[in-house]
Design a protein around this ligand. Structure first.
Ligand SMILES: Nc1ncnc2c1ncn2[C@@H]1O[C@H](COP(=O)(O)OP(=O)(O)OP(=O)(O)O)[C@@H](O)[C@H]1O
Length: 245
C-alpha cells in the first residue's frame, strides 16, 4: 500500500467571476523510500498539489489517503498531529518563527515530545547534517537562499517524518547547491525510507529523483519511459497520462 495516494483529485479556485483549475483528475502514489520530482511552469498547480497532499487544502473531488486513511475524514486534531510528527513540509514562503534563533526554530517541532535541551541537541545535529551549522545563531536576513532552504529542511526533517513535501527546494540555488540538495533529498528517501515529493520549475536538474513527472494546468504528465533521460523529451511534447504513476 502506498504511503500517500491521490486519486482523481481536482481543485478549482474561484475569484469573482473567474475560476482557475489548479488540479485536474490527478493521481499519484508514493511509497516509503520513493523520491518523486514534479516539475511545471508557474501556476501549473505544484504548490496546490503539495498543499492537498499535506491535508492543508481539501480537494473538490477525489481522495487523498495517507497510510491508508482518507485524510478528509480525519479530525482536525489528527491532521495537525500528522503535520507535527509525520509530514514535513518545506514551503517557498517559509520563514523562521519570529523571535527565535535558527536552532530554536528547528527544535520547535520536537518540543511536544522531548525536553528543550534534547530538542536543541537534535536541532544542532540536523543542522550539522545539512551543512547548516554555521547558521544556527544567524539572523534571518543574514542567511543566503541556500541557507534558508536548508534551515526549512532541517525544521521539516527534525521530526523524522515519514513523508517530506518540498515546494521548489532547488529554486534560487546555484548549480552546485542544487546538486547537493538533490543528493540530500535522495539520501533522505533511500537512507531513512522517507517518501519524498518535491516540485521544481524546470526539469534538467532532477536526474537524481527516482521518478520525474511534469504538471501542466493541474494535470500530471508522465514521461513515456520512467528512465530519467525520458524527461528531456517533455517540454511541449509530453504525452498526458492521468493517474497511475
Ligand atoms: N488560494 C488561492 N486562491 C485563488 N487561486 C489560487 C490559490 N492558490 C492557487 N491558485 C491558483 O491555482 C493555480 C495553481 O497555483 P499553484 O500555486 O498551485 O501553482 P504553482 O505551479 O505552484 O505556481 P508557482 O510556481 O508560481 O508557485 C494558479 O492559477 C493560481 O492562481
Amino acid at each position: 500500500m502506498p504511503l500517500l495516494a491521490l486519486a482523481g483529485v481536482a481543485k478549482r479556485y474561484t475569484q469573482g467571476s473567474r475560476s482557475h483549475v489548479a488540479l485536474d483528475d490527478l493521481a499519484l502514489d508514493v511509497e516509503s523510500g520513493d523520491f518523486v520530482a514534479i516539475w511545471g511552469s508557474s501556476r501549473s498547480g505544484k504548490t496546490t498539489l503539495l498543499r492537498v497532499a499535506a491535508g492543508l487544502e481539501r480537494p473538490d473531488a477525489g481522495t487523498v489517503t495517507y497510510g491508508g486513511a482518507d485524510v478528509a475524514r480525519l479530525s482536525r486534531r489528527r491532521r495537525a498531529d500528522l503535520l507535527l510528527r509525520e509530514i514535513g513540509c518545506v514551503w517557498q514562503t517559509g520563514r523562521i518563527t519570529r523571535g527565535l534563533s535558527v536552532v530554536d526554530h528547528v527544535a520547535l517541532p520536537r518540543l511536544r515530545d522531548v525536553s528543550h535541551v534534547h530538542a536543541r541537541r537534535e536541532a544542532y545535529t540536523m543542522l550539522e547534517r545539512l551543512s547548516a551549522l554555521p547558521c544556527a545563531h544567524a539572523r534571518w536576513h543574514e542567511l543566503t537562499d541556500g541557507d534558508r532552504t536548508r534551515v526549512a529542511l532541517a525544521h521539516a526533517l527534525v521530526r523524522r517524518p515519514r513523508l517530506l513535501l518540498a515546494d521548489e527546494p532547488t529554486a534560487n540555488l546555484n548549480l552546485i547547491e542544487r546538486e547537493r540538495m538533490l543528493t540530500l533529498l535522495r539520501a533522505v528517501a533511500e537512507d531513512a525510507g522517507v517518501a519524498v515529493v518535491m516540485t521544481a520549475p524546470d526539469a534538467p536538474n532532477l536526474l537524481q529523483a527516482h521518478r520525474i513527472m511534469g504538471i501542466d494546468r493541474g494535470r500530471l504528465i508522465k514521461p513515456r519511459s520512467e528512465q530519467p533521460g525520458a524527461l528531456l523529451a517533455f517540454p511541449g511534447g509530453g504525452r498526458r497520462a492521468h493517474g497511475g504513476v
